[in-house]
Write a protein that binds this ligand. Structure first.
Ligand code: HEC
Length: 223
């Protein structure tokens, strides 16, 4: 009996454990073991940072669906303005490649497929007025112009430019930044690993968010 009871308890325990449902854990993009303080959940489309700037710049330009001209009685610079048009009509208009209903009209360029897919995704997700706070660490789709150049220009360029190449490193343009990043010099310096001197020289170190951007950019082959 003394041996059977613990045995039964173990069996029950194993049964309970095995019936536990394991939901797939959602790993937020931009989250990583080093930067545990950064949790960026861009699992849904953000209206204010992703959709509104796109539609405003393509549709609410002066003379179109802006507050002054409000062509077709539409002002497409706000959530309510876009919802007044309706997402179905919006999607049809941006997908069309000819005809009167095609938007934006010629000679404006068509939205690219990435933008159209984003609008489609936003609609599929219920076309919500989802507000994302821009101050969160943006490590989605890290690109030189949008993510990397601002960091290098702010923190490094003063000592690493064509006229002033500290350590013979130039970081004031894409090609040089890419070469130095690829060769690991930049990553090594901003994290002060493998014997590299910590950069920016004289400190303070870059934020974990900015370091993460550099790491992701290098990992993606410096787009
Ligand atoms: C205040 C000036 C200054 C700033 C700001 C600065 N650096 Fe430097 N950096 C230097 C100098 C000077 C050297 C040459 C080595 C030395 O003196 O430590 C250097 C060297 C380097 C090297 C070469 C290291 C090696 O081992 O070859 C890299 C890479 C580098 N910096 C990257 C950066 C990055 C990235 C930033 C911005 C995050 C930055 N630096 C900001 C002055 C600076």
């Amino acid at each position: 009996m003394k041996q059977i009871i613990p045995g039964i308890i173990i069996v029950i325990f194993v049964v309970i454990l095995s019936t536990c449902k394991h939901e797939p854990t959602q790993i937020p993009l931009g989250n990583n073991p080093i930067d545990t303080n950064i949790i960026v959940t861009y699992d849904s489309v953000c209206f204010n940072t992703q959709i509104l700037p796109l539609i405003t710049s393509s549709c609410a330009q002066a003379g179109c669906h802006d507050p002054i001209k409000h062509e077709e009685d539409l002002i497409l610079n706000s959530y309510s303005g876009i919802m007044k048009l309706g997402t179905d009509k919006l999607l049809i208009a941006v997908k069309l490649s000819s005809g009167k209903k095609m938007m934006p009209p010629l000679p404006q360029p068509r939205l690219d497929s990435t933008s159209i897919n984003l609008i489609q995704r936003w609609i599929n997700e219920g076309s919500k007025n989802r507000i994302c706070i821009p101050s969160v660490c943006d490590t989605v789709n890290v690109k030189y112009a949008t993510h990397i150049a601002p960091v290098l220009n702010t923190y490094c360029k003063g000592c690493h430019n064509a006229g002033n190449k500290g350590g013979n490193v130039n970081l004031d343009n894409y090609t040089d930044a890419k070469n130095n990043t690829i060769f690991g010099k930049v990553l090594c310096s901003v994290t002060a690993t493998s014997g590299c001197a910590l950069m920016p020289k004289g400190g303070p170190a870059l934020s974990s968010c900015n370091i993460r951007k550099l790491q992701l950019w290098a990992a993606a082959n410096c787009p």
